[in-house]
Ligand binder design. Sequence first.
Ligand SMILES: *Cc1c(COP(=O)(O)O)cnc(C)c1O
Length: 382
Amino acid sequence: MRFDTRLVHEGQTPAPGTGDIVPPLHLAVTYSRSAQDPPRYFYARGENPTREDLERCLAALEDVRFATAYASGQAAAVTVLSLLRPGDRLVASDDVYGGTHQLLEQARSQGITVEQADLSDARRRDRVLSPQAGRLDLVWLESPTNPLLKITDIAAVSAAAHSRGALVLVDNTLASPALQQPLALGADITLYSATKFLGGHLDVLGGALVCADETLHERFANYRTMAGNAAAAMDCFLIHRGVKTLSLRVARQVGNARAVVAALAAEPAVGAVYFPGLATHPGHELATRQMREPGALASFEFHGDPVKLLDRCELFAPAVSLGGVRSLIECPAFMTHRPVPRQTRLRLGVSDNLIRLSMGIEDPADLVEDLTGAIRDVAATH
Ligand SMILES: *Cc1c(COP(=O)(O)O)cnc(C)c1O
């Protein structure tokens, strides 16, 4: 089966004796046992058939056998960090997701050495992964990153990390499996916030870890049973429903991103535009090799008041999160990146006037009109 068919067919085993086209939602928290026939299911914190349906699908989307679903992307991330012990060394992208940033701070406080570097820069990447830089246990990268959409060479990082016996995790939330396949590029673990493209409708929180290695998978599953951070059955049902239209949604969202980015180029009140689909983007060539399409997010510098711009948009909702059917606009300086100290934020290239867009599936002409209209209005009153 090819990818788009797997989206619809994987994990859709009908319930015995019914012929259900959609597997039923299993809400039971416990399962009756008989001595002769010990049940496959024991207690829902550990095992649930609806969760397993989703997991079968997510694993198949990356051509591997294992996936575990969590209550959120953060719950998945905590599970991976449980692999590390005091004295271990983790190298991460310098502009990781805000919640990841907090988790790395916690890891530091527990005696894990955490080093962050711009892994999209080949020289810095090679330096921080070299034997001279110290031991190496886990590399944690995002590509594209948020909000500047920097692209890191997943195959190069994986080769360097594996030569040192370290694991590589790729947070693939911004690309989704429809646009990028980290495990095929050499990574060991893919992390998703299913809240974003996988769920896709801005109405369910979830997370997932996907991997090929059975031992790693068992560690994740055992930790999850202990911590109780698995995704609830209803949430798995909703995410799995969303996954079926992933390719359709993402194709439309990428098209909308291209249309909006093209329109931004003609606006005098718009400065730099960040979108990996632009030939001028530093990661353009790598993105073309590593991703099927450049994604559904774009950022730009606005020569005007970001607060007024967010207020003035009608279709782009001023809200955090991304990847859903509805277009969203946000200003990282006072929304997603508010907890990052201003100096650090500016050093990362995230200015006070940077605006991030997450394209939904609306008509591109309406999105362009909404955004350019708002930009012109606010720039004129500046
Ligand atoms: C949203 C997000 C997360 C965290 O996911 P939640 O589902 O909100 O817990 C992690 N990584 C990235 C890149 C994200 O965008």
